[in-house]
Design a protein around this ligand. Structure first.
Ligand code: UFG
Length: 375
């Protein structure tokens, strides 16, 4: 179906078949009152955005997804109304905002590779910063005053203390983190000038997949540790390169804080609920508060998959801080965030489930095309 002046518009059933876990716990006070809330999810065909859409639909929100599919995939869109297009297209934004009285906007559409941002900073400033200016402009034009922003632990740079709280100084060591921090500053200015209320959620290392195995991490090229390790476990690649073994950590490899993607989505729902209830703008960390080194992640993946993973030690990757571990006490205290996945093995297991399903799907497609070629 084509709508909004030639842009693809796909209507899929937008009604949930099960209640969101948070609703069951009566944690959401405003998301479900006075009828369905209308939410625009920008970047809803990406890894984290797709998990968000699923939870919003389960919370009975009316969801519109705007995604240019530059890194996202239609395969990950299961619900909501899909509009293909870019934030740079102000006419499209006016049509989308004109057609839907949104209660809030969630923004996931950003490039997020630290290494790439070092080599192509302007790509990051254009997409992550300039396109967000266009989105906020459209929100101001259409009087939409609530915004939830995917920020990142990369805003902190090299930590001066661990765990990192929201009061830690922000000194990004790469353009990716710099663009996210610039958006946070812009949001504070928009609050002061236009009364636009926002929540910036600083993710540490998003990982895992929905238990259904229907959505998960699907990057091309893949640069993130856990999916690459799982590819090595299935033999899709020969080995995993470990970037740097001379960091000041116990085994010399970088330590990260892995947080399950559905826990991230749950935090967004709580943040949305707070804003809908008249909450003030806020910034929160989202991590599990546990740190694992690259070698430990590989070890856990070997346990989960039952496979030996070949490792090649390589040079440090530019822009990588040695240790990033969150304190997420603030969001737990203020919004009642209760992450369900605090154990890395459990997180990797969900990613492995998704990964195996992907391989099965490819095998099915190959088999089907072979059969049609023969018949
Ligand atoms: N790593 C390897 N080999 C690989 C891939 C990664 O050794 O093949 C290492 C990296 O050097 C790093 C760790 O594994 O030390 C994790 O790397 P990821 O690429 O999985 O994740 P990052 O920590 O670089 O980045 C992620 C998000 C960013 C976010 C950052 C904050 O992608 O958006 O976490 O912690 F800013």
């Amino acid at each position: 179906m084509v709508g909004l002046n030639g842009h693809e518009l796909i209507n899929k059933p937008n009604k949930p078949n099960k209640l969101n876990e948070l609703n069951k716990l009566n944690k959401l006070k405003y998301v479900m009152t006075n009828g369905d809330k209308k939410i625009l999810v920008v970047g809803g065909a990406g890894y984290i955005g797709a998990h968000m859409v699923r939870q919003l639909v389960n919370a009975r929100c009316d969801v519109v997804i705007l995604d240019n599919l530059s890194t996202g995939s239609r395969k990950l869109v299961h619900g909501g109304e899909f509009v293909q297009g870019s934030l740079g297209d102000s006419n499209l934004l006016d049509r989308v905002f004109g057609a839907h009285p949104f209660d809030a906007v969630m923004h996931f559409a950003a490039f997020s590779q630290v290494g790439e941002s070092m080599n192509q900073p302007l790509k990051y400033y254009r997409n992550n910063l300039a396109e967000t200016v266009a989105l906020l402009d459209a929100m101001v034009r259409h009087d939409v005053k609530r915004f939830i922003f995917s920020s990142t632990a990369a805003v902190y740079g090299e930590p001066v203390e661990i765990p990192i709280t929201e009061l830690h100084p922000c000194a990004p060591t790469n353009p990716y983190g710099a663009t996210k921090l610039a958006v946070e500053h812009m949001l504070a200015d928009c609050d002061a000038a236009y009364g636009l209320k926002y929540t910036a959620l600083r993710y540490f290392n998003a990982a895992g997949a929905d238990e259904s195995g229907e959505i998960g991490e699907l990057h091309d090229p893949e640069t993130h540790l856990i999916p690459i390790v799982l590819k090595a476990a299935t033999g899709q690649i020969d080995h995993i390169q470990v970037f740097g073994t001379d960091y000041p950590t116990t085994d010399g490899t970088c330590i990260r804080d892995y947080v399950h993607v559905n826990d991230l989505a749950q935090a967004h729902l709580l943040a949305l609920d707070a804003l809908l209830g008249g909450g003030e703008s806020a910034v929160y960390n989202l991590g599990s508060s546990n740190g694992y080194s690259v070698k430990e992640v590989i070890g856990k993946a070997e346990v989960v998959t039952g496979k030996k993973i070949a490792v090649v030690e390589a040079q440090r990757r530019p822009g990588d801080p040695a240790i990033l571990i969150a304190s997420s006490e603030k969001i737990k205290r203020e919004l009642g965030w209760t992450p369900a996945y605090e154990n890395l093995e459990k997180i990797i297991r969900t990613a492995w489930n998704w990964h195996l399903k992907q391989i099965l799907n490819v095998q099915h497609r190959t088999l089907n095309s072979l059969c049609s070629a023969i018949l």
